[in-house]
Design a protein around this ligand. Structure first.
Ligand code: 6GU
Length: 231
């Protein structure tokens, strides 16, 4: 998978891909993330990328031309499955969308800023718009990092057995059960007996039961959605 991220703040995206699982995925050639500084394609000697909005009102709007130039240059090199605009008024991202997008080869993520981007660019080039939740971030960069992380970890070979994405919360519409490590007793607090029993069938049952209880209690919305179709 290749992800091209278009941003006015490339520095914000240096950290997330330089560590741990995402770094290893890139080192192993399983994923490529290319961050493009929109300002390099800005207009005039000030490399302008945004301008006042027609009709008045506070806040700048990202101009069409620098973004179009970058998108066309990328599309001349390869075919993109989606050109995604990261924006709080997009479709809300979830595990289902992550699963779908993780099957794609080439994606462009455009990070929104200021008051947004000229509507004509959205109409002409954007094939999908994603929000990561109902709150407003200063820009789309952190959201692009969130989406990229969620996709890359699903690529076969990125996770090993121990960290397998198949046992993730949400993958089976259940939250994860509680987990424990050494010591078996800490300041009087004990690890549930069953986990020390060595009876792996019983342990599996216990974990499943805890996952169900946790989902019912914390996310009745997910629990009810999972069960309404079966009733
Ligand atoms: Cl994708 N961008 C911004 N600026 N805010 C958000 C978001 C995206 N998703 C949730 N809030």
């Amino acid at each position: 998978m290749r992800i091209d991220i278009i941003t006015v703040l490339p520095g914000l995206l240096e950290g997330p891909f330089a560590h741990s699982i995402l770094k290893r995925a890139m080192d192993n050639g399983l994923a490529e993330v290319h961050v493009h500084d929109l300002r390099e394609h800005g207009m005039g000697k000030h490399k302008q990328v945004d301008d006042y909005q027609f009709g008045g009102g506070a806040g700048m709007v990202m101009m069409i031309e620098p973004i179009e130039t970058l998108i066309l240059a990328l599309q001349a090199e390869r075919t993109y499955d989606e050109v995604i605009f990261m924006t709080p008024d997009g479709e809300v991202f979830d595990q289902g969308m992550a699963n779908m997008l993780s099957l794609k080869q080439n994606l462009i993520l455009l990070c929104g800023h200021y008051k947004g981007v000229d509507e004509r660019l959205r109409e002409k080039y954007i094939t999908k718009e994603i929000s990561i939740g109902d709150y407003v971030l200063s820009g789309g960069e952190l959201a692009a990092a969130v989406v990229s992380d969620a996709l890359i970890r699903l690529i076969p070979g990125v996770l090993n057995n121990e960290t397998s994405a198949l046992s993730d919360s949400f993958q089976d519409d259940l939250l994860s059960p509680p987990v424990y490590t050494r010591p078996a007793e800490y300041k009087g607090m004990k690890v549930p007996e069953i986990l020390l029993s060595g009876n792996f069938k019983k342990i599996d049952e216990w974990r499943h039961q805890m996952a169900e209880e946790r989902t019912k209690q914390r996310r009745p919305d997910i629990w009810n959605k999972k069960h309404e179709t079966n009733d």
